[in-house]
Design a protein around this ligand. Structure first.
Ligand code: AMP
Ligand code: MG
Length: 352
């Protein structure tokens, strides 16, 4: 058991002394959780096998689930990857710093443990001043998966990191809630056309505007592929809730009616029911559930994405027996949100 320190840092003007202390922990082989614009990351020196191994142990993460290397400048890509083509330049120009991870052929000196044994490496430059300063001051690249126990929802505030990682890591830099809330889009550039391995805040439409046709591993209204393709993004769900979650997709009025009916049936069987609702529909469920959590307005997917993980953690804390969740439109950012909800549902998707 380690003693975990928590330090508050102003995200707009981080105290350089605090960041340098954090950087010295990284240089000495320690683990530091820090905010990015997507979720909190769990950082270690990404070019050392021993430190990267510590990440896997602290999270309980399967060894073949690759980590993303975080850089503080686009120039750092060439340290760890090859085949930096004009397409890469365009994507960097268009989306960095930001929630886009580029998967490229890996240089041999990057330890295999970082990429889960794959010959490729994921690289990203986060859009958060605390993160960028920490990476630059550490003088290395940071391997940084989300700072949650493997299988838990990603942390979007420091308290989530503390709940999962207390005693397992050296330091948490608390920079307040993260802005975007869903993880980065992972784009494999070793395929032609490029392939989205994981949908995220940068949408397929936005990518296609910059580089032309892009394919996606996750299709609309489709569950995770259970066999065949074994790319890491498809193999490991983002989280497994303690409570079974049923996701209802379809025409909004029909979804409301069906959730009410299912909730009623469950409560007749003395089950405690939680409902994850859009802001617009909350009133419709109050008489049907033990807990109703609002994830945001269906007309503001940015808010829904930002609060999705904290809503899941909150509703789980009520210890209901079953969770019923409204689906959202697959359009734009909605696709990343629905990808996470479908993963949480683990096949329990009801098309109304
Ligand atoms: P996390 O940082 O916890 O969001 O996890 C990183 C995710 O990025 C992995 O689970 C993979 O889905 C994806 N990823 C990272 N590097 C690669 C890679 N080299 N090839 C394929 N997927 C990758
Ligand atoms: Mg993760």
């Amino acid at each position: 058991m380690k003693e975990t320190r928590i330090v508050k840092v102003n995200p707009d003007s981080p105290d350089i002394h605090e960041i340098r202390q954090a950087a010295s922990i990284i240089r000495n082989g320690g683990l530091v959780a820090f905010p990015t614009e997507t979720v909190y990351g769990l950082g270690a020196d990404g070019l050392r096998e021993d430190t990267v191994n510590k990440i896997f142990i602290a999270k309980g993460r399967p060894q073949d689930n690759p980590l993303i290397l975080h850089v503080s400048s686009p120039d750092d890509i060439s340290q760890v990857a090859t085949c930096i083509s004009p397409v890469v330049d365009k994507l960097v120009e268009g989306f960095w710093p930001g929630p886009l991870t580029l998967v490229l052929p890996k240089k041999p000196h990057v330890p295999d443990v970082v990429s889960g044994g794959l010959p490729t490496i994921g690289v990203r430059m986060p859009d958060n001043l605390i993160a960028l300063t920490l990476i630059a001051e550490s003088g290395t690249l940071l391997a940084a998966p989300s700072a949650n126990l493997s299988g838990r929802p990603s942390p979007t505030q420091a308290s989530h990191v503390v709940d999962d990682m207390w005693g397992r890591i050296d330091l948490v830099l608390d920079g307040g809630p993260t802005r975007l809330g869903v993880e980065s889009t992972v784009l494999d550039l070793t395929q032609d056309p490029p392939l989205i391995l994981r949908p995220g805040s940068v949408t397929r439409e936005e990518l296609e505007d910059v580089v032309g046709v892009v394919n996606s591993l996750a299709e609309k209204n489709e569950e995770r592929p259970s066999s065949g393709k074994t790319l890491p993004a498809a193999k490991y769900p983002h989280y497994i809730l303690d409570t079974p979650l049923f996701l209802f997709e379809g025409e909004p009025q029909a979804v409301i009616k069906r959730i009410q009916e299912e909730a009623e049936k469950l409560r007749e069987r003395s089950k405690k029911v939680g409902i994850i609702s859009s802001l617009e529909n909350k009133e419709q469920y109050l008489d049907y559930a033990d807990v109703v959590e609002v994830v945001g307005s269906r007309y503001d997917m940015t808010k829904v994405a930002a609060s999705l993980y904290s809503t899941l953690r909150e509703v789980e804390a009520h210890k209901v027996h079953v969770l019923l969740a409204e689906g959202f439109s697959d359009r734009g950012l909605g696709f990343a949100v629905m990808n996470r909800l479908r993963e949480a549902a683990r096949g329990r998707v009801i098309h109304v």
